[in-house]
Design a protein around this ligand. Structure first.
Ligand SMILES: CC/C=C/CC(=O)SCCNC(=O)CCNC(=O)[C@H](O)C(C)(C)COP(=O)(O)OP(=O)(O)OC[C@H]1O[C@@H](n2cnc3c(N)ncnc32)[C@H](O)[C@@H]1OP(=O)(O)O
Length: 279
């Protein structure tokens, strides 16, 4: 495997045709900073380039899959002033646009089958990446996806302006996004977003990950795996153009919100617990 730097919040390994990526920072509910999302993207690129890999598996740890963008990281970006950037636009192009567009693009164009082991809730950009996966399994019925853009002064990102209507239907998407409500387990099962619920207790994510991987190993036995990649390519071709277009539109639309400063005010309230998401 080609070398890649280490990241203390994300591990990876290869087992047979599976490239397994695991979020390993349960203490802050697997929140990710900008650099972590870039690292995740780089791992996906490694999996993409490896001819022995057919499935990229996303696992997590603890009680949340991921609570999204780390508000401490966003505060750091705000302090990132000095002579480094000529303007607020320049700062947020670097701290937001470039990162978001990159990680979303890597997920959109990924050629291996993307499997998400959803052990718990996912929020924000992380939830957007879950919605870009090809197959999702849940640990139990406590899982949900929350896209709190309306509560944070943001707009859709990570391709959600297209992935959510495609996967959950347009009206459900409008209602959940406009009023900042989670896509809960019932919605996810009604729309067949979740392929199987493993019905395991929330305290046992490692057992869920192990059981799911064992099941996947059984499922791929005897298959001609290049067929899986060929089918993924064809299935993806239905919407790839729209995903690429929306990725660019979303970040460009968001930029003015960052420059205006409303997301920062709201992320800071979230960090100091003056603001909460209604769940
Ligand atoms: C690049 C810009 C892109 C933005 C898109 C996004 O991703 S927007 C989404 C941003 N994320 C959020 O809005 C979620 C924020 N977190 C919460 O609302 C709550 O923590 C929760 C997820 C609803 C869980 O609440 P609960 O009461 O169950 O747990 P705690 O709040 O006590 O959290 C436990 C510890 O984890 C820390 N933490 C949680 N989320 C984040 C986060 N996003 N960033 C940083 N840290 C996070 C939390 O602070 C607690 O740590 P302590 O040290 O114990 O205080």
């Amino acid at each position: 495997m080609p070398e890649i730097r280490q990241n203390e919040k994300i591990s990876h390994r290869i087992e047979g045709p599976f490239f397994i990526i695991q979020l390993i920072n349960p203490d802050n509910l697997n929140a990710l900073e900008g650099e972590d999302y870039i690292y995740l993207g780089e791992l996906l690129e490694l999996a993409d380039k490896n001819p022995d890999v057919y499935f990229t598996i996303l696992q997590s740890s603890g009680r949340f899959f991921s609570s999204g963008a780390d508000f401490k990281g966003i505060a750091k970006a705000q302090e990132d002033n000095g002579a480094k950037y000529a303007s607020e636009t320049s700062k947020w192009l670097s701290n937001f646009v470039a990162r978001n567009v990159y990680v979303t693009d890597v997920f959109i164009k990924h050629s291996k089958v993307l499997v998400c082991c959803l052990n718990g809730p996912a929020i924000g950009l992380s939830a957007a990446l879950v919605a870009l996966c090809d197959i999702v399994y849940s640990m139990n019925d406590k899982v949900y996806l929350l896209y709190p853009f309306a509560n944070l002064g943001l707009v859709t990102e990570g391709g959600t302006a297209i992935s959510l209507p495609l996967k959950f239907g347009a009206n459900t998407t409008y209602e959940r996004l406009m009023f900042n409500k989670p896509f809960n387990y019932d919605i996810m099962t009604k729309s067949a977003f979740i392929s199987k619920n493993f019905n395991m207790p929330s305290s046992n994510t490692e057992a869920f990950n192990a059981e799911l991987l064992k099941e996947l190993k059984g499922k791929v036995e005897g298959l001609y795996l290049p067929s899986c990649l060929g089918m993924k390519k064809l299935l993806k071709s239905n919407h790839i153009g729209s995903f690429n277009e929306i990725n660019s539109m979303e970040v460009n639309e968001s930029l003015k919100y960052w420059v205006d400063g409303e997301p920062l005010r709201r992320f800071s309230q979230l960090g100091s617990k003056q603001r909460k998401h209604r769940l």
